[in-house]
Design a protein around this ligand. Sequence first.
Ligand SMILES: Cc1cc2nc3c(=O)[nH]c(=O)nc-3n(C[C@H](O)[C@H](O)[C@H](O)COP(=O)(O)OP(=O)(O)OC[C@H]3O[C@@H](n4cnc5c(N)ncnc54)[C@H](O)[C@@H]3O)c2cc1C
Length: 440
Amino acid sequence: MPPAAAAGSSIRSGSSLEVNTVVIDFSLSNEQEAIRALAHEFAEREVKPRAQELDRMADPAAIFPWDIYEKGNRLGFNKTLIPARYGGLGLGEVETCLVVEELSWADGGVGSTYFVHDMQLLTLDDHGSEEQKEKWFRACAEDPEERFFMSLPWTEHGVAGDLNPRDFAAGRVNNGPILPQEWAMRQVVPPAQQREMTTVAIDDGDDWVINGTKRFITSAGRSKLLLTSARKGADSPDMGMGLFLIPADAPGVSYGHIEDKMGQRLMQNAEVIFENCRVPKADELKDYMTRPRVRGGDVEVAAVFNGISRRAYEEALAYSRIRYKGGARIVFHQAVQLAICDMAIKVLTARLLMLRAAWQNDQKAGGTAHNGMAKVYCSDVAVDVTDKAMQLFGGYGYMRDFPMEKLYRDARLGPIYHATNEMIMVGQLTPWLASMDTIY
Ligand SMILES: Cc1cc2nc3c(=O)[nH]c(=O)nc-3n(C[C@H](O)[C@H](O)[C@H](O)COP(=O)(O)OP(=O)(O)OC[C@H]3O[C@@H](n4cnc5c(N)ncnc54)[C@H](O)[C@@H]3O)c2cc1C
């Protein structure tokens, strides 16, 4: 028996075709279960009772519940992915997903605040220099205020036709419609010439000088560190981009419009404006564009939507067990049973895919597209499950004093942000599938 197989039991030992059983254990370890239970208990006690009221606040600038986040950070929720040698908890993506899932069970916006922060910790860990990690991981782990979050200013206004999307929405005139015969024309700009990113870093001695505006940025105005993308040089294409570590209160950084969102209102999203912002060259993530990205936070965003799905399923099941209609509790009606089973199957498969992707990341086995699959599937499931759960509440599902309308609004963000599910399928999953013999 080859050494690698010694731990398993051979079922055709000695033959040339030797098959060994491999133990697949789907249970959480005691430590993982303890972390999950801690996050759930916090979510139930601190987040759930206040989420609906905070979600209703009209002014998006007034919502961000620092007291909730500070308590969560004291428990270590913003430090799970920081290696222990920098003062963090040194946990993996499996444990981080369990935390994000439980927080999102209580409120998707709280879960998303943590997921976006976690995504930046992964990028810093994978692409940062030793000095950068020592400085910023420690700043997070030892923050006396327990307010350390990171943001990713990447997305920009872009254009709708020749207009900014908000100018378009305000009814300003475009430069003319596309003619129907042009729809069929495939217009692909070569990557070397693509310039959708307008934020530019200009080389100036020991510094980069950054100008530009970013949009929709999670935790902007609340976070302490910005991991900012910018094209290096006025003439460089999007591919000639760099990623820069910029303190949130650095000279030349300001914050603009705070978004008034449909859901996930307990996270804050705002514009970040860079005006002649000087960034020392030592603060660039040097190998970000040259080393392939392995851990991109896709699986942590999947965790947000698994939390929302599970909560919707639990609420709908509980309601269907007490609601009496048509001569029975509605849970005894077959149509309701079909919906409940469909939700349960999707909630479980989504969670398995998330855990599989997170576990693979923790094995450092190299990049896999299971991360992207988890993001797409889990966010689609959340939209589907919250929709079905709302249906089981009948008219009450549509009422704001019941939980379903918020869960539905919170879920709907999933296929849109991080990158749209279409973008992930086109840009990440299809090239991967085309190169693989098996999807397992
Ligand atoms: C609540 C929220 C939080 C966010 N947080 C952050 C953040 O922290 N940092 C950050 O940088 N960004 C953030 N974003 C931005 C988010 O990542 C983008 O909105 C998202 O990537 C889509 O980009 P867009 O809005 O420009 O849409 P567009 O790119 O204009 O997409 C419009 C439509 O075209 C489709 N489309 C676009 N390109 C392709 C393609 N190549 N192939 C097929 N279809 C395509 C899209 O799927 C979509 O249906 C956030 C957005 C929201 C709503």
